[in-house]
Write a protein of this length. Structure first.
Length: 197
């Protein structure tokens, strides 16, 4: 499986974004040294795409597949793309506070700790639907790992489109998020322009 091994803070610096969007509270003190070159339109579009891919941990081919799917849905392609990325199971786990980062959420799903509507799902890219109930397996709930995760994520805001019972490690997807509810620093219109060329 292809894995992005670039150090997270370095990647955040190069994309000009805050690591807090990845669930990481560290800050980098280094400044990016760039000459005063103006970035081309293509460069800006590419950077937005790389930002979205990096935040959600999606590689190029699946990302393009999401874009094609978003194009076929009704409504604006950019909004649809963000909604698809946001409704991935690993992202929903992260949003519910059952993981400190999306990478950790992906690992938890991979390790078969997650039930969706009572069925075990170990595919991080599984797209949840409105009404889905997501639970951590009974035999994993008492583990030290989840106690530590809940301590770390306790103060995080859970989005309005999710309903979470953190004591029982259960959450419900009330509805799929509208674009306004997605607090990710990505300009999806630039991604649409990039793929429309």
């Amino acid at each position: 499986m292809a894995v992005n091994r670039v150090p997270v803070l370095k990647r955040c610096r190069s994309l000009g974004m805050d690591p807090i969007y990845l669930g990481i509270s560290k800050k980098s003190n280094r400044q990016l040294k760039r000459s005063n070159r103006k970035m081309s339109e293509y460069g800006l579009q590419l950077r937005e795409k790389q930002k979205a891919k990096f935040i959600y941990g999606v590689l190029e081919k699946p990302f393009r597949n999401y874009f094609e799917k978003a194009k076929q849905m009704e409504g604006m392609t950019g909004d649809n793309l963000m909604r698809l990325l946001e409704s991935r199971l690993d992202n929903v786990m992260f949003r519910m506070g059952f993981a400190r980062t999306r990478r950790e959420a992906r690992q938890i799903v991979d390790h078969k700790h997650v039930l969706v509507n009572g069925k075990q799902v170990n595919i991080p890219s599984y797209l949840v639907k409105a009404g889905d109930v997501i639970t951590i397996k009974e035999n994993k709930k008492g583990s030290q790992r989840y106690k530590e995760i809940l301590e770390a994520t306790g103060g995080n805001m859970v989005p309005d489109w999710l309903d979470v019972d953190s004591e029982n490690l259960t959450g419900t997807v009330k509805e799929l998020p509208a674009r306004e509810a997605i607090d990710v620093p990505v300009d999806e219109m630039l991604i649409v322009e990039l793929y429309s060329k």
